[in-house]
Ligand binder design. Structure first.
Ligand SMILES: [Fe+2]
Ligand SMILES: [Fe+2]
Length: 289
């Protein structure tokens, strides 16, 4: 079975009811990139969406953030967390529900999002372990979104994606390897990056999604793309969730060499990741709501 990637692309791009991010989320992400934004503006925007405000407060008061006192208002959450962390929290709180309304497919959606969350925490832990703490929150968002193209295929092209998943399982292959064969190199990474671009999310996020299986090709946002590539593999290594196949991809050798990934790195980043996951039960329980 070989498909014309051009035709498939056109088919996907013409889907009318693709999942959207709540407008308020897109607005907030845009505002946070604006240097003149202040905490009060961001707080007001979040408060426009009561369901989102509730989820954000629940998350910031969870063990994951570990604040000693309860944070009672969105305004204080923005001030205490800072813009970067609040952006991650908002994306996490809204993303799962955006996809819940879509048609049912073949993927186990809870395990899929567990994998995505695991990869997000893995990407963050890789960034921190490699000394790029300032990129950790962005890497988290990239990890959260990296496989979003699989959900699009699963929910909107199940007649194509179902057999891809089955073939991958039967042959012990990665979904991305089967996609590349069947769709001539057009894979979930390309579909996901197109969706994220459509949501008007920043370019670095688009690149992280697009490049997570081919990080060596990226000069721009090179570190971020690499962190998401590593995070995906770390999540698989410790068995968090399932991204649609059971195999573990190899780390790209150029990335291993460029970032000097050695035993010490793996020990540190895996320990950090396991600790994060242990604290994240509120995040995980949000997946089943
Ligand atoms: Fe992937
Ligand atoms: Fe993945």
């Amino acid at each position: 079975m070989a498909l014309d990637p051009q035709k498939l692309r056109a088919k996907i791009e013409s889907i009318g009811d693709l999942p959207t991010l709540p407008t308020v989320v897109t607005k907030i992400v845009g505002q946070l990139n604006n240097p003149s934004t202040n905490a009060a503006d961001i707080g007001k925007l979040i408060e426009q969406d009561p369901a989102l405000s509730g989820k954000v407060l629940r998350l910031v008061n969870s063990a994951y953030y570990g604040f000693p006192r309860q944070i009672k208002s969105i305004q204080s959450a923005v001030v205490i967390l800072g813009f970067n962390k609040i952006r991650t929290t908002i994306m996490t709180a809204s993303l799962f529900s955006s996809f819940r309304k879509g048609p049912a497919g073949f993927l186990n959606i809870n395990r899929f999002w567990q994998h995505s969350l695991g990869a997000a925490m893995g990407a963050k832990s890789a960034a921190e372990t490699l000394g790029s703490v300032h990129l950790a929150e962005d890497a988290f968002i990239g990890g959260l979104l990296h496989d979003v193209g699989k959900i699009i295929m699963d929910q909107y092209q199940p007649a194509i994606f179902g057999p891809i998943l089955k073939y991958a399982a039967d042959k012990g292959m990665l979904v991305t390897e089967v996609e590349n064969q069947v769709m001539n190199g057009f894979n979930h990474a390309a579909i996901g990056s197109w969706l994220v671009e459509n949501w008007r999310l920043p370019k670095d996020i688009v690149r992280m999604v697009e490049g997570h299986h081919s990080p060596q090709r990226y000069n721009q946002d090179r570190e971020l793309v690499a962190f998401v590539h590593i995070g995906d593999i770390l999540a698989r290594a410790i068995g968090v969730g399932n991204g649609g196949d059971n195999r573990m991809p190899a780390l790209n050798s150029e990335i291993v060499a460029n970032f000097q990934l050695n035993e010490v790195f793996f020990e540190k980043s895996v320990t950090k990741l396991i600790r994060e996951i242990e604290k994240a039960s509120e995040f995980f329980s949000m997946l089943t709501i």
